[in-house]
Structure formats: C-alpha cells, structure tokens
Design a protein around this ligand. Structure first.
Ligand code: ADP
Ligand code: ADP
Length: 230
C-alpha cells in the first residue's frame, strides 16, 4: 500500500513584502496503485509541487503525506526522475544504479546489489552501456537509466517531472511502453505522480489527470480517464 496526499498546500516564494504565491490550496489524493498525471501551463506550479513532494521545499501552509507519513525532507520512500540530470555524471550507468540500491535498505550484500543492478540494466536494454557515463549516452538512454534506477530502489511512490519532455516522438513512445511495463510489473500497480505538458501522453498513461491553473497555482479539475491502456 502506498498513497500520496497533498492537503491544502500553499507556497509563497520570497519575503513578505515581495512574496509571490506559487501555490494556493492544492489538494490531491492519489490512491495505492493509481497513475495520476499533472498538466497545466508553464508557471502554474508543477515543479513546485514536485519540489514539495520530494522534500526539497516546505510548503508555507498545508501538509504532504506519503503512505500517511508526513514528508520531512528528501527520502528513499520516493523515487524521482526529472527531465534530465537525474543521474550522477561522475558515475557510470552501472554505478548510478548499484549506488542507489546500496543506499536503500532493500539489498545488503555486494553480490546481490550487483546482480540487481545488472538485471535492471538488462530490463531497460542498457547492459551494453553499463560502463558508459551519462554524458556519453543519448537522451533516451539516460532516461532509461534514470527510470531503471528509480525502479531498482523499490520506492513506495514514483514521481516524474516531464521525464520524456526532451525526447523525439519515437523515443517517447518507446519510453511510455517501458514505463507502463515497469508500472504494472509483478501484477502490482505502482503509485505514480507524473508531470507532463503532453495531453496525449497523460491520456495514454493515466488513471486520472489533474489540471492546474496559474496565478496562483491550484488544481482546477480532476478528470477520470475512461480508456483502458494498451
Ligand atoms: P511550472 O513547473 O508549472 O512551470 P513552477 O513551479 O516552476 O511552475 O513555478 C510556479 C510559479 O512560481 C511561477 O510563477 C514561477 O515564476 C514562480 N517561481 C518558481 N520558482 C521560483 C523562485 N525560486 N522564486 C520565485 N518565484 C519562483
Ligand atoms: P536517442 O535518444 O538518441 O534518440 P535512443 O536512446 O533510443 O536514441 O538510442 C537508440 C540506439 O542508438 C541505442 O539503442 C543505441 O544502440 C544507439 N546509441 C545511442 N547513443 C549511443 C552511444 N552514445 N553510443 C553507442 N550507441 C548509441
């Protein structure tokens, strides 16, 4: 079981005199195993919500709960992938993944850690690029590695901020397939919050779509997606 609850979140940037209210009364509850996309125009507060969920920013008002537990800073209960720069550039693909596994409690001994890292590299088709550094990978391959890393640490919830925004349409389509496969692997759907600009992508991937409006950012409506996935 894993849920995400954003309760009445408001956040202002800057000091009182010049404060800019980025979020105002954002409420969103994501159920266990639910895939929710967040869409909205540039500047409506999507990245701010990701920052609050990841524990990088504290809301001015309201609370964030993951699995019922208040978020208090970054933690491995949340797996996060950004549009880019999710990987450590000084580590190879393999090292990025094994390091992440090592620093979560899931697997302890060296051999199991390495085996797990290899199996995730294989799963996303990057075994041949295990010793390659992120800067020498294509954009699509970097995102595959970032997604492998996120799934390898078995977080409670999955948070993605425009992970495929920089990819061409063929790559994006491959990545969407890969994500859906990993999302439902083992017959147990994962709990996901996925930020995208692409309405078609949101319709393809999600159970529900939260639509944001700006100035200040809030959730305007939440749409149920009636179609079944491929
Ligand atoms: P989105 O991800 O939807 O494009 P953001 O969360 O980045 O939106 O930004 C929401 C609002 O907060 C915007 O008006 C933006 O200009 C403002 N904002 C973002 N970061 C800061 C900051 N560090 N200081 C002041 N204002 C900011
Ligand atoms: P892109 O993101 O550049 O559009 P992909 O990530 O889908 O492309 O990569 C497509 C294929 O191209 C890979 O499976 C790989 O075989 C090859 N490729 C891409 N980048 C490299 C690289 N840096 N070195 C070797 N082969 C590469």
């Amino acid at each position: 079981m894993a849920t995400i609850d954003l309760k009445d979140i408001s956040l202002s940037y800057g000091n009182n005199g010049t404060a800019h209210q980025a979020l105002s009364g954002v409420n969103l509850s994501i159920e266990d195993g639910e895939f929710v996309s967040l869409i909205g125009p540039s500047g409506c507060g999507k990245s701010t919500i990701i920052d609050v969920l990841s524990g990088l920013k504290s809301p001015t008002y309201g609370s964030v709960l993951v699995d019922g537990v208040p978020v208090d800073g970054p933690g491995t209960d949340r797996g996060i992938v950004f549009q880019d720069y999710s990987l450590f550039p000084w580590m190879t693909t393999f090292e990025n993944i094994s390091f992440a596994i090592e620093h979560t409690k899931t697997t302890k001994d060296r051999k199991s850690i390495d085996e797990k890292a290899h199996s995730f590299l294989e799963l996303v088709g990057l075994e041949k690029f295990k010793d390659t550094y992120p800067n020498n990978l294509s954009g699509g391959m970097r995102q595959r590695a970032a997604i492998a890393r996120m799934f390898s640490i078995d977080p409670k919830v999955f948070i993605m901020d425009e992970p495929f925004g920089a990819l061409d349409s063929l790559n994006r389509s491959n990545m969407q397939d890969l994500l859906l496969r990993l999302w439902s692997a083992g017959g147990q759907h994962k709990t996901v919050l996925f930020v995208t600009h692409d309405v078609d992508e949101a319709l393809l991937l999600s159970d529900r779509i939260a639509v944001m409006s700006p100035s200040p950012g809030r959730i305007q409506e939440i749409i149920d997606v009636p179609f079944s996935r491929p």
